[in-house]
Design a protein. Structure first.
Length: 223
């Protein structure tokens, strides 16, 4: 899949199903933010024909990703759907925030003569506008040099797109002495309240300079 970007104000109309995913050829509803791009398979079609041939039509915003030459995003291109004009599909939303570490309780489970140890931790975190709070539970393996690997889960209480609820993230990460890098996915069927059915992933890369905050990037789809 290749998506051409000719986006003036950050919004564009996308058609999926006319040979490829593409930005629509003409503005819709007099929206000046929608601009022109037509893939070769649809080059001979009028805007109305393109709309009729597409399985899905939506207004969206391109999300950051690897770029190729001439502003062409390579597959998989990522975008946030603002509104479906035809058909239905996933809606990926990206939230960048920081959770404040309000408490961190850690205790050793095993300690060994070679300097390695296993610990377990419980951290309670406060959030901001979208994420109100979170509780993280980790199992950590420490090496003699202080670096570590860890795995666990985090229950997140949030209001996303005005929909309150909660969900659970599961995953793991590493600490290399400078950066704690964590990658997580939303556990299937863990969404509750108005976030039931949520899918997605999250990542965090934090350093000592970030403390007491933990940067978090959440990408989710409410279906």
């Amino acid at each position: 899949m290749r998506v051409r970007r000719y986006i003036g104000l950050g919004l564009a109309l996308f058609l999926a199903g006319c040979g490829s995913v593409q930005v629509a050829a003409t503005p819709v509803r007099e929206t000046s933010a929608v601009a022109v791009a037509v893939a070769a398979s649809c080059a001979g079609l009028s805007p109305a024909q393109q709309f009729a041939a597409a399985r899905r039509v939506f207004v969206g915003v391109m999300l950051p990703g690897p770029t190729a030459q001439a502003g062409v995003l390579g597959s998989p291109a990522r975008m946030r759907v603002e509104q479906y004009l035809k058909g239905r599909g996933p809606r990926i939303v990206r939230v960048e925030t920081a959770l404040k570490i309000e408490s961190w309780d850690e205790e050793p489970v095993e300690e060994h003569a070679d300097g390695t140890k296993i610990s377990q931790s419980v951290a309670r975190l406060g959030g901001g506008d979208e994420i109100s709070s979170a509780t993280s539970r980790l199992l950590l393996f420490y090496r003699p040099d202080g670096t570590s690997s860890f795995a666990g889960g985090m229950r997140v209480v949030a209001t996303l797109d005005g929909r309150p609820g909660a969900f659970v993230l599961s995953g793991g990460g590493t600490y290399d002495g400078t950066t704690a890098a964590q990658r997580m996915t939303i556990v299937d069927a863990s969404g509750s309240g108005e976030l039931a059915g949520i899918r997605g992933s999250a990542r965090s890369d934090s350093t000592h300079a970030d403390y007491p905050n933990m940067p978090l990037v959440l990408e989710y789809d409410l279906g």
